[in-house]
Design a protein around this ligand. Structure first.
Ligand code: AMP
Ligand code: MG
Length: 425
């Protein structure tokens, strides 16, 4: 089994290091670029959906494999239709699946061959005229069948030439590509009933906190159900990893340390909680005792400012803040690219879209904010509005949101009607 390669060495030690969002993201991307994905597996094509290709998918023949009609109508010579209406003799018919033999089914001057969408263009023809622009004329006295064409066509119209979409041997899907339904269609069309994919990275999820309990436990008044473990597991699965949910770590160093060590048996460790400034926030202390190296111990963002990224031996870890919204946002911004890299994926940049703001936003300057919001409205009328939330613990508000409005650190006010950047959820 190939393990992730050693984390890059860095000048970062254990001293606190709070960086801008961009620096934090680039640090993760730099380290992610150096990891090796796991072994290869061969799976049935549909089992490959949502997996990362470990092989390139190549065209096994030209696409299309023949000049393919894109309309029902008549294969013709465009030169016969310079003047319309024109009367052409119908000398044959090809339907999808037929192979027009040049001897019995070819188009000469003054001739046409009936053709259906998906059928190969017969020899001699250089265009297809749509059936909507024709009228059948019946037979002449010698039994010949005729069609009247009412509109001209250009050579090349209404068919796709052989090989125009791809040439035999051409790479259609790269290794490292996430296989989605379009990729499945391509693999199917080149006859791949099985595909090679990378093993899913195993991602340990470790929640910390004395107040946090299993979701099916009887609750004491001040206890909180361990929702982070589940939201993180779901996010891990969504980006192509396998989640390994560990037991809840109390805010005491001994047990926390044992569970962290268990987590390092996986390819990546995600911790939640215990990274803020509180007296019982012990995650960094315990990782420090394990000789961890910290690349950053905070990012100038909200939610999620206390986020931590580092490595310990050969394994990377993220310490995500325990507030459920912070956990989800920091996963998306930082943990995701690392998991994708461990899954063998070619790195993808964060994509922001823009939309008009429905009502003004007021914040304080200094942090880049990712505020849960709802993008709604049809077509060009779409507008975005902040979800009404009570802060980083408000999962109810987050569940209503479908995106985050990105507020730059130097803005304290964004006007209604302004175009703002969104990170879709
Ligand atoms: P912390 O980051 O440990 O200071 O926790 C911040 C807030 O998130 C506190 O209100 C915690 O109770 C809450 N929290 C921490 N861990 C979890 C968890 N696993 N599931 C749900 N809420 C949590
Ligand atoms: Mg805590």
């Amino acid at each position: 089994m190939s393990m992730s390669s050693s984390p890059l060495s860095s000048s970062a030690g254990t001293a606190p290091r709070v960086v801008s969002f961009e620096v934090a993201r680039h640090l993760v991307e730099k380290h992610a670029a150096g990891v090796c994905p796991g072994d290869l597996e061969t799976v049935d094509l549909l089992a490959g959906l949502g997996r990362v290709l470990a092989e390139g998918i190549v065209a096994d023949r030209d696409f299309p494999p023949f000049d393919r009609a894109t309309r029902d109508g008549y294969a013709v010579l465009a030169a016969d239709l310079v003047e319309v209406p024109a009367r052409l003799e119908v000398v044959g018919e090809v339907k999808a699946g037929d192979w027009p033999e040049a001897k019995s089914c070819s188009v000469g001057r003054g001739q046409a061959v009936g053709i259906m969408t998906g059928a190969p263009l017969p020899a001699g023809a250089d265009a297809v005229v749509m059936v909507e622009h024709t009228a059948t004329l019946g037979r002449d006295t010698l039994g010949g069948k005729f069609v009247e064409v009412q509109r001209g066509v250009h050579a090349g119209e209404n068919f796709v030439p052989r090989g125009a979409e791809a040439r035999a041997g051409q790479l259609l899907l790269d290794r490292g590509r996430w296989l989605d339904h379009a990729g499945v269609a391509i693999a199917a069309s080149v006859g791949k009933s099985q595909v090679q994919v990378f093993r899913k990275p195993r991602v340990a999820v470790l929640s910390t906190g004395d107040e946090v309990v299993e979701i099916d436990a009887m609750l004491a008044p001040a206890q909180i159900r361990n929702s982070n473990s589940y939201s993180l597991a779901a996010q891990v699965v969504n980006v192509g990893g396998e989640a390994v949910r560990l037991a809840i770590a109390p805010d005491s160093p001994g047990r926390l340390r044992a569970l962290i060590e268990e987590g390092f048996e996986c390819d990546l460790l995600l911790l939640t909680g215990g990274v803020s400034m509180g007296k019982y926030d012990l995650v960094e202390q315990v990782l420090g005792e394990l000789q961890a190296e910290f690349y950053f111990t905070g990012a100038e963002i909200q939610p999620g400012r206390p986020v931590v990224f580092g490595s310990c031996g050969k394994k990377y870890f993220f310490g995500l803040p325990g507030n459920p919204v912070s956990t989800m946002v920091t996963f998306e911004l930082f943990a995701r690219p690392m998991i994708e890299a461990l899954a063998g994926m070619t790195p993808r940049p964060l994509v922001f879209v823009s939309a008009r703001l429905k009502s003004e936003i007021r914040t304080k300057t200094g942090l880049k904010r990712f505020l849960p919001a709802v993008l709604a409205g049809e077509f060009e009328d779409a507008e975005v509005e902040l979800a009404r939330w009570q802060g980083s613990g408000d999962i109810a508000a987050l569940a209503q949101a479908n995106c985050y409005v990105v507020v730059p650190p130097d803005r304290e006010r964004m006007e209604a009607g302004e175009l703002v950047s969104l990170l879709m959820r």
